[in-house]
Structure formats: structure tokens, C-alpha cells
Design a protein around this ligand. Structure first.
Ligand code: PMP
Ligand code: GLN
Length: 396
């Protein structure tokens, strides 16, 4: 029997992360492709999960999330932004940011509605828009030309809003570019959301990973934005437990209610003991100096990868946030990032992600390779060695 796929999924193919990770394993490459830490998560967080399982917290959680975790997220939001929020109606726990983003679009977008987003865009965005039946309205982020960061053209953004979208999907700090949207850029975006009555869904999973004095700002904290913004986050990046898939969403009751309409039929609820452990993680992190330590460790990993890439003649573009560095391949005379990443795995034994997969039309994308530095210094040193040997062979 041949299986006929429904039209909404027929065009999806296989995620680039699945493809590159499989190739990396096959060729025993150092995997700087898929974004996940290869080092241990914090002991106090793991111990809390083990204790929660031992204490029999093993049955379904309430659909919107365990009260204890929703309270921890609400208290954290108040610490970070100064705004008191209602944990009962203004916080929802999901199975990772991935589920939250999908729920938000399923809940807010009708077939034919426009969704504005910046591209390159995290690979789930386009399929999520497709699942909701929405129309993708991408706005380009352009690679830096003058030593600055990735930038967008304000007129292009205005033209996108003039198409009267329902939702804006914003990711800051941004995967794959490492861009952290500035307060001025966010002000422009906030003004357009209000002018055109657009709901914002912001993906802030890398909010604790900012560098060189950059500051992360939540769009929801700008004047007039709380009532129209859902802020999505994930414990996976912040606590180095991507496999736990604990995500959380903060926003006004009306938007949380909408999101929960989808969430209750997508997963209903997410892993109870892991929710408890993340509540402990969020509650205890400030007093333990956890965020400062996380930032110091990532600063060192980032410096090590910048140096390794530079030594191999691959100058990374500026990166203010996230755990990715990207390399523009045009100065090397390379115009196909997919072919480059494939040959890097085969010939050098290092895996990276071709950023053209993060565009609606990859054929029009600049050729850029994305390297992940959520890796131990030992892994980065191994990559450095291989990249150095590869450079010598290329030149020889
Ligand atoms: N958004 C972005 C920008 C990401 O990079 C990722 C995954 N790394 C996610 C969402 C998904 O997060 P989660 O693993 O919590 O589902
Ligand atoms: N977000 C991770 C990345 O960008 C991958 C997550 C996944 O594999 N779905 O590398």
C-alpha cells in the first residue's frame, strides 16, 4: 500500500539536524552542527529530577503546567522585568519551545493569515506556519558588510506589515546568526505591531546567552506590547538539558488561553518530575550564581571556537548571542553551503549546519555555515586540530 501524506506535511522532508547528526555519526565527525551541549548539566538540577521521580511525582501534571513551575516562571519574570504577573493565567508550560511555537501558531493563525518573520529563521518556523495554513512573509536579515552585525531594511519590514499579517514571529537572540535585536530595532517592530494590530510571538530561548556587553530585551517589555505578546522560552538551553523538553510561555491571560486551546490537544501536559526539577533550577539559579557561571563558561567556549575557526581561515561573523557562530563562505569563493558542509564532514571530520536551509528559498540565500559552541573545550580543541589539518591539506 502506498501512503498518501496529507498536503500539510507532504513537503516537509527531513530536518537538517537529523540529517547532519546522522552524517556526523557515520563519519565520526566532531559534531558542531546540531545545537545541544555535549557537557554535563548542573548537578543541583539533575538531583532535583531524580528526587522528584523517587518521591512519586510521576503522574500527569495539570495541562497548563505544575503550579510550582508556573510560580517559579512568574517570579523569574518579575525579577527580570519588574512586572508582577499572575502565574495561574499568564504562564503555560509546554514540551519545549518547539511545542509552544507550534501551539501559538495553531491557536492564532487561520488559513490564509500572514506571519511575518526574519530569515534566516529557525527551521521549525516555516513548517509551523504551514501546519497552521498561514502565509509566510519573510523579511531578510542581511549579513554584516562593515564589521557591524546582521541588519534588516526598515522599509522591507514596513512593506511586510503593510500586507496585514496576523502574527509576527521574532527570535532574539537569533538562531542561526547570533544577532541580538537592539532596543531601537525592537521599538520599530513594536510600533509596527501596534499600528497594524499584530500579535507578537517571541522566541527567547537564548536569553541568558549574550556576549560582549550585549543586553537581551524582551519585546513584551516595550510600551504597549505586553497585551499583544507571547514570550516563549525553554529550560533546555539555560540549564543544558535539551532532552528534557521543558518550555514555558509568558503573556496576557487572553493569549495564554488561546495557546492552551492548542496545547491541550497537542500534548495535554508535559513531564511532571522534569517540571519540578526546572522549578528548582529557576528558583535556585540566582542565589547559586548559576547565570554568571553559565555566561563565563560560554564566553570561554565561544572564544575557543572563534580562535579555532580563524586559525583555519574561516573568519566568523560577529555573534552577540545564542550558542552559534556563522561563517560567510563567499570570501572563500564558495557559493554552496550544503556542499561545503558535506565536504567538511567527509574531508575534515567536523560537522556544521548550512544556513541556507533556514530560508524559504535557500537558492537565494548567502552561503553561510553555522558552528555550535555548546561544546566542551576538549571537543572544540579536537575540532581545532581537524580544521588545522584540513587547511594544510587544502593548501598543499
Ligand atoms: N527556538 C530556537 C531559536 C531554537 O534554537 C530551538 C532549539 N534549539 C528551539 C526554539 C526549540 O527549543 P526546545 O528544544 O525547547 O523545543
Ligand atoms: N535548536 C537546535 C539547533 O538549532 C536543534 C533542535 C533540533 O534538533 N530540533 O541546532
Amino acid at each position: 500500500m502506498t501512503t498518501r501524506l496529507a498536503r500539510r506535511v507532504a513537503g516537509f522532508g527531513t530536518s537538517i539536524f537529523t540529517e547532519i547528526t546522522a552524517l556526523a555519526i557515520e563519519h565520526q565527525a566532531v559534531n558542531l552542527g546540531q545545537g545541544f551541549p555535549d557537557f554535563a548539566g548542573p548537578d543541583f538540577v539533575k538531583a532535583a529530577a531524580i528526587a522528584a521521580i523517587g518521591d512519586e511525582h510521576n503522574q500527569y501534571a495539570a495541562a497548563p503546567g505544575l503550579p510550582r513551575l508556573r510560580q517559579a516562571v512568574a517570579a523569574q519574570w518579575c525579577r527580570d522585568t519588574g512586572r508582577e504577573i499572575d502565574w495561574v493565567s499568564e504562564v503555560t508550560i509546554t514540551s519545549g519551545a518547539t511545542e509552544a511555537l507550534c501551539d501559538a501558531l495553531l491557536a492564532l493563525v487561520d488559513p490564509g493569515d500572514g506571519v511575518v518573520f526574519f530569515e534566516p529563521a529557525y527551521d521549525a518556523y516555516l513548517p509551523d506556519i504551514t501546519l497552521a495554513g498561514g502565509n509566510a512573509i519573510p523579511v531578510r536579515l542581511h549579513p554584516p558588510t562593515d564589521g557591524g552585525g546582521w541588519w534588516f531594511d526598515a522599509d522591507e519590514l514596513r512593506a511586510a506589515f503593510a500586507r496585514r499579517p496576523r502574527v509576527l514571529l521574532l527570535n532574539t537572540p537569533h538562531n542561526p546568526t547570533g544577532k541580538v535585536f537592539s532596543p531601537d530595532e525592537l521599538s520599530l517592530i513594536a510600533g509596527l505591531c501596534q499600528e497594524y494590530d499584530v500579535t507578537a510571538v517571541t522566541d527567547e530561548v537564548y536569553d541568558r546567552l549574550v556576549f560582549d556587553g550585549a543586553r537581551h530585551t524582551s519585546l513584551a517589555t516595550l510600551p504597549g506590547m505586553w497585551s499583544r505578546t507571547l514570550t516563549v522560552n525553554s529550560a533546555g538551553k539555560t540549564f543544558s538539558v535539551t532532552g528534557w523538553k521543558i518550555g514555558y510561555v509568558v503573556g496576557p491571560a487572553s493569549l495564554n488561553h488561546a495557546l492552551r486551546q492548542a496545547h491541550q490537544w497537542v500534548t495535554f501536559a508535559t513531564a511532571t518530575p522534569l517540571q519540578l526539577a526546572i522549578a528548582t533550577a529557576i528558583d535556585e539559579a540566582p542565589a547559586r550564581g548559576y547565570f554568571e557561571q553559565l555566561s563565563a563558561e560560554y564566553t570561554a567556549r565561544r572564544a575557543a571556537l572563534i580562535s579555532a575557526l580563524q586559525a583555519a581561515g574561516l573568519a566568523p561573523l560577529p555573534c552577540e548571542g545564542s550558542y552559534f557562530l556563522s561563517v560567510d563562505l563567499r570570501p572563500l569563493g564558495i557559493d554552496d553551503d550544503r556542499a561545503f558542509c558535506r565536504s567538511l564532514i567527509h574531508d575534515c571530520g567536523v560537522a556544521a549546519i548550512p544556513a541556507s536551509v533556514f530560508y524559504v528559498d535557500g537558492a537565494t540565500a548567502p552561503p553561510v555555515a553555522r558552528f555550535c559552541f555548546a561544546k566542551s573545550l576538549a571537543t572544540i580543541a579536537q575540532a581545532r586540530e581537524r580544521l588545522g589539518g584540513w587547511r594544510v591539506r587544502l593548501q598543499g
